[in-house]
Design a protein around this ligand. Structure first.
Ligand SMILES: [Zn+2]
Length: 363
């Protein structure tokens, strides 16, 4: 289940959600079209319908990435539609340049195909010429609905190919660069280009269209985040879980009251804990600082830990690459994981640990 998002369907194992804020966009578009037409209900509904059709195309775009990723064993857990666009939650991006290139291009390619099909339909079946299609695009009407959708798909494809993170074009650019240089360097170059373009957008935005300012900020943040993530990943390369393993750590038991967890939280360094069975051998859950605080408010300090702990957690192996372990922790939104070797619990790894490790390495 996804918080604040409505499940709308599943395509080859990928769950598709629509975020609640999308409703605001729909209502807003309805009101804009309703208002502009002087209170024409039909015009308002047509505007809403257009947004729905457009987001169906955005969904297909994201599915393009996801299904291409699947060919390279990159799993996509879900696709969430936000008012600003769709987000495919992929476990990672393939690191082989050619594969990354194909995954990044698959999205815009879908929009070009949709636009192309609409073009064929409008010219061959409807017998329209280009000038006929562009004649009256200023207002949306049932007559130009499909032509508008066609242009929107072409614009989506072009916009996404802007060579800046987090747009697909940023990944395309990085993939092309990594064919001739190391990936971290390629990422730095791609991120720098993104930042330069972002500043350009903001600058142009002040003169022409204020939306460009927002797009610029969005791209700047995306480029910066991508550069940071790549530095992190490459810094973790070559290390395994064993390198950050903590073999001394605090443990809790399911039957203990929450107060025991509060005591550990207040008296020690640890913020995340594992919960062991009574024999003290197997992990039965994990308890984070957030879990503790939330359940304190709801159930009080006498409530047993078994009620507050999470039963879903991941386990790691000591020889697993550190990079992979970090991805798993992030993807599962768990800040701590027990480490097992030959069925024996040998320690724990938490996010803070990994971050300290990075800090020591000067990242
Ligand atoms: Zn895309």
């Amino acid at each position: 289940m996804e918080k604040g998002a409505l499940f709308i369907g599943r395509v080859s194992g990928i769950r598709i959600y629509i975020h609640w804020t999308f409703a605001i966009l729909l209502v807003w578009i309805f009101l804009v079209y309703y208002g502009q037409s002087g209170g024409d209900m039909q015009q308002g509904l047509l505007g809403g319908l257009f947004i729905l059709a457009l987001f169906a195309c955005v969904t297909l775009h994201e599915l393009g990435h996801a299904l291409m990723g699947k060919r390279f064993k990159v799993e996509t857990e879900k696709i969430t539609l936000y008012p600003i666009g769709g987000v495919a939650s992929m476990s990672k991006m393939p690191e082989k340049p050619v594969q990354e290139l194909l995954v990044a291009l698959a999205g815009p390619a879908v929009n070009i195909v949709i636009g192309g099909l609409l073009w064929l339909y409008l010219t061959q079946v409807k017998g329209l010429s280009l000038s006929g299609m562009t004649a009256d695009l200023s207002t949306l009407s049932p007559q130009n609905f499909l032509a508008q959708l066609m242009f929107a798909n072409f614009i989506l494809a072009i916009f996404n190919l802007i060579p800046a993170f987090p747009m697909d074009g940023g990944r395309v650019f990085r993939a092309l660069l990594s064919m001739g240089m190391e990936r971290p360097q390629a990422t730095r170059w791609a991120a720098s280009l993104g930042q330069v373009l972002a500043v350009g957008f903001v600058f142009l935005g002040f003169f022409y269209n204020f939306w460009l300012v927002f797009i610029g900020i969005f791209i700047y943040l995306g480029a910066t985040a991508e550069a940071y993530q790549e530095t992190t990943t490459s810094a973790l390369k070559g290390y395994t879980v064993r390198d950050v393993l903590m073999s001394s750590y605090q443990v809790l038991y399911p039957s203990q009251p929450l107060q025991a967890a509060v005591d550990l939280l207040l008296n020690g360094q640890d913020k995340e804990f594992i919960v062991l069975d009574l024999a003290g051998e197997q992990v039965v859950g994990i308890l984070t600082r957030d879990d503790i605080i939330r359940h304190l408010a709801e159930a009080g300090r006498e409530a047993p830990i078994s009620e507050a702990m999470r039963r879903r957690f991941i386990t790691l192996a000591p020889d697993q690459p550190l990079e992979e372990a970090m991805q798993a922790l992030v993807a599962n939104r768990t800040p701590i994981a027990p480490v097992y070797e030959n069925g024996q619990l040998i320690g724990v790894v938490d996010m803070e640990n990994i971050q300290e490790f990075l800090m020591v390495k000067g990242v």
